[in-house]
Design a protein around this ligand. Structure first.
Ligand SMILES: [Zn+2]
Length: 541
């Protein structure tokens, strides 16, 4: 797919300069020294961090940057609701930007995503600055063992809906920022299971095609007042493969935190909030285990996900720089641990979960010991252009000891079977499996098998919609029966790499499954009177 190029006038000049610069360099394959790309600036830099970069400016920036260096390629990863191509920059020693070239390189593929929430704009600016660094030759060594995919402006439609009144209290950019949802009004960071947006479809397609092993999703938090410049999270679903979970929690994230403290003097830590409800036990609570969230979804696909949350009350410039430092250090750590990461992910893909009792619902788990949390403070300020009240962090930190609720534990479990079965004409189900890339086969002949069906006792539908869907819950029990399956019946064999995701999508009691998102409502037709059976059967082994 071609990258659209619709630069505005300001960047058109830059674009022309860029091409001239490129031609004067001639064809280079590697840089002996860093190129000076100071002519290539983001809208944030040009406006002393009052503004954020618009879509056309980002596309033009990317075009100029990519033209500077043979290791950079530009492509797109799909389309937004309003038809904007989502830019994807590829840095690596590959023939072109195609998934085939990237995958056949045998190198570690890392993906960096900015702007899923388009009011949290510091990530887009940081990713553009990293693209410029890559274009200048600053990190050529990374191409020895990695291919880096960068999507600076994922929620491009939301980015263009700039208002000075979006994200109240956030400390800039004062000339406004985009909105949280996409053009459909959907929160793209709740859309990874139900996949109702073209953006989420594009993202999952990118995952299937390029298969990145490490993925970063960059945000800004306006939650509790703490003293960290940035907080982060690994995947939080308790079904996340153990090797991936411990590598991120105990190795990568602590190492990156230490590096940033010694290089930049800033404190980073695991994401959390103080309890919002009075009467709750004091503690540092992370957010949610459900795979509708990007990091949790990626974890259930056996890939390494890192959520980054810059601190909304730090200045816009500090948020951009804090995010940039974080991404750089993760890339550097990934570069130094390439073989280890590849081995861990491949091992996770080979690990069978058949027969395991895994979580279908979960609750936050308290740490064994209290941890030291840095409490911070802010002062009130006014946006100089809108007069709206905003908050600004001050350099203040107070250590408080408290329990941490940084991971989740199962409150309900279910058995992972060796196979699931469902009728060929179960409405919509094959489409969902295809979107996510879950593999299935068709029975060649009619077969009778001992299976378990989920007998439905009752169901509950939420009165108010969430993300435009009235969510459903099912109650009942698994009953063993001998059942005849016609030729053409779909079988999902669970000895496949995406089994953790398939389990969470398909189990009737999963708190984030297709049933939950009303994805099986038409297939359930007539089964909800207290005598019906869930349309997906599971093997007894
Ligand atoms: Zn966010």
């Amino acid at each position: 797919m071609a990258t659209p190029s619709r630069p505005d006038h300001r960047l058109l000049i830059v674009l022309t300069l860029g091409i001239a610069f490129h031609l004067s360099l001639g064809a280079v394959t590697a840089r002996s020294q860093q190129a000076d790309l100071s002519f290539l600036t983001t809208a944030a830099e040009e406006s002393d961090f009052n503004e954020t970069t618009r879509y056309d400016q980002a596309v033009a920036f990317v075009d100029v940057a990519v033209a500077q260096h043979p290791l950079l390629h530009a492509t797109t990863m799909g389309y937004t609701t309003e038809g904007r191509a989502i830019p994807l920059v590829i840095f690596g020693d590959v023939a072109d930007a195609s998934p085939e070239s990237v995958r056949s390189s045998g190198k570690l593929v890392v993906y960096v995503q900015g702007n899923i929430h388009a009011g949290e704009v510091c990530r887009k600016e940081a990713v553009l600055m990293i693209i410029r660094d890559l274009a200048s030759g600053l990190h050529d060594n990374w191409a020895e063992s990695m291919v880096i995919l960068l999507a600076p402006i994922y929620n491009a439609d939301g980015n263009e809906r700039v208002s000075l009144y979006n994200r109240p209290r956030q400390n800039g950019p004062y000339a406004g920022m985009g909105q949280r949802p996409n053009a459909q009004g959907l929160d793209l960071n709740r859309d990874h299971m139900k996949v109702k947006s073209p953006e989420a479809r594009s993202f999952i397609r990118m995952m299937k095609e390029y298969d990145p092993y490490v993925l970063m999703d960059l945000h800004t938090t306006n939650g509790s007042q703490h003293a960290y410049h940035l907080t982060y999270s690994p995947p939080l679903n308790p079904n996340t493969e153990a090797g991936i979970d411990s590598f991120l929690r105990e190795e990568l994230l602590p190492a990156v935190t230490d590096q940033i403290r010694s290089t930049h003097g800033w404190e980073y830590y695991f994401y959390g909030n103080f309890p919002f409800r009075s009467g709750s036990e004091p503690g540092w609570y992370t957010f949610d285990h459900r795979p509708r969230f990007n990091n949790n979804y990626i974890g259930l696909r056996n890939r390494m996900a890192i959520l980054s949350e810059a601190y909304a009350y730090a200045t816009f410039r500090d948020r951009v720089m804090g995010t940039k430092y974080f991404v750089e250090e993760i890339l550097e750590f990934s570069f130094k641990n390439t073989e280890r990461i590849i081995a861990l992910v491949d091992e996770a893909d080979r690990t069978s979960i058949v027969g395991d009792e895994l979580a279908v619902a979960a609750e936050p788990k308290r740490s064994d010991n209290k941890v030291s949390i840095l409490m911070g403070r802010t002062i009130n300020k006014k946006n100089p252009f809108s007069g709206e009240l905003i908050r600004e962090r001050i350099d203040f930190a107070e250590v408080q000891e408290m329990y941490e609720y940084g991971s989740f534990t199962a409150t309900e479990t279910s058995r992972v079977p060796s196979s699931y079965f469902f009728s060929q004409d179960t409405y919509g189900l094959k489409d969902y499996l295809d979107i996510h890339g879950v593999k299935y086969t068709e029975l060649a002949a009619t077969r009778t098998r001992m299976v378990e069906g989920f007998r439905i006792d009752s169901t509950k539908v939420a009165e108010t919609p969430f993300q435009q869907i009235n969510q459903r819950k099912l109650y009942g029990a698994w009953i063993q029966e001998e059942r005849e399956f016609e030729a053409g019946t779909i079988e999902i064999k669970m000895g496949q790499p995406l089994s953790r995701l398939a389990f969470y999508l398909l189990d009737p009691r999963s708190d984030d499954g297709l049933l939950n998102w009303a994805g099986l409502d038409r297939a359930l037709n007539g089964a909800l009177d207290g005598t019906g059976t869930y349309p997906i059967y599971r093997s007894v082994d």
